[in-house]
Design a protein around this ligand. Sequence first.
Ligand SMILES: Nc1nc2c(ncn2[C@@H]2O[C@H](COP(=O)(O)OP(=O)(O)O)[C@@H](O)[C@H]2O)c(=O)[nH]1
Ligand SMILES: [Mg+2]
Ligand SMILES: [Zn+2]
Length: 299
Amino acid sequence: MKDNSYLVLSSTSSGYQLYSFLDQSISLHRNRGKANYDGEKILIGDEVLLDDEGMIYKVLERHNLLKRPRLANADEVLVLVSAKEPEFSSYLLDKFLSLINFSSIKASIVITKTDLLTKRELLSLKKRLSYYSALRYQVFFLDCHDKIRFDYPAFLEFIKNKKVAFVGQTGVGKSTLINLIDPEFNRRVDSLDVTKGRGRHTTKEVILLPSKVGFIFDTPGFSNLQLLEMKPLDLATFFPGFESHFGECKFKDCLHLEGTKGCSILENIKEGKLSSDSYKNYVKIYEEVKTNDVWKKKL
Ligand SMILES: Nc1nc2c(ncn2[C@@H]2O[C@H](COP(=O)(O)OP(=O)(O)O)[C@@H](O)[C@H]2O)c(=O)[nH]1
Ligand SMILES: [Mg+2]
Ligand SMILES: [Zn+2]
């Protein structure tokens, strides 16, 4: 079925840029009226069919959906977190991983700006990240300007022939990394140094780039991520490291909060099998999810 379907790369005011699986060409097409997916408009990453006049008339079934940034059919989501500038944040990492787990998509971790660390800092960060490797996340340390140093060759092999989404805070190096993979894309890179007066250009919308290696979603940055669609119990289930303990707590709807009797998560933390640092992130994110009442209104 792939042969006559098209992949949505980007959305413009004059239509959708589509990639043809048949001949790898890219062309602009409009939507005939109301082609949608369960009432939702076409997303980047959707696969669509064209009628005889070259108009989109059908959206094919989605394999998955990432809610934030909103995109369809990623094989893998790569969470980019910088080692420095902005400072490494396990809080943001845990938050992203929760959301991706919740969306049932595979996640991996990319640490950017590794070149800015001293040897000692690198060792200490690697130790910190070994917790995530033990949870079976792939972790890559990169300098987004350098194809030789650190884990770039393994990273390149990893993304080959996949559709991968790069997500992460503004300024972590998403666009820089895309330019390293395929300089032809010439993605705009933001200067963090405003004194240079170049102004800031940001990736404003999700776009899917057909690179020489594989398909890459570049996504808009943000300073913080809100988990608006997640309920407290979703977080308690999908927080990184917690999934494999699902159903082990005494109470079925356990939120793993301090003092809960028979909580498997708290026991695992006590035994050092789950990270107490990450647990602090959990409590912080739980408080945010609890106070966000968007989901309550929908009930
Ligand atoms: N030293 C260093 N700087 C980087 C690296 N990756 C990106 N940068 C710089 O970080 C800034 C933001 O990069 P950009 O790709 O625009 O980030 P984005 O907002 O995630 O797309 C730019 O000044 C880049 O040159 C890296 O691995 N090492
Ligand atoms: Mg960017
Ligand atoms: Zn529990």
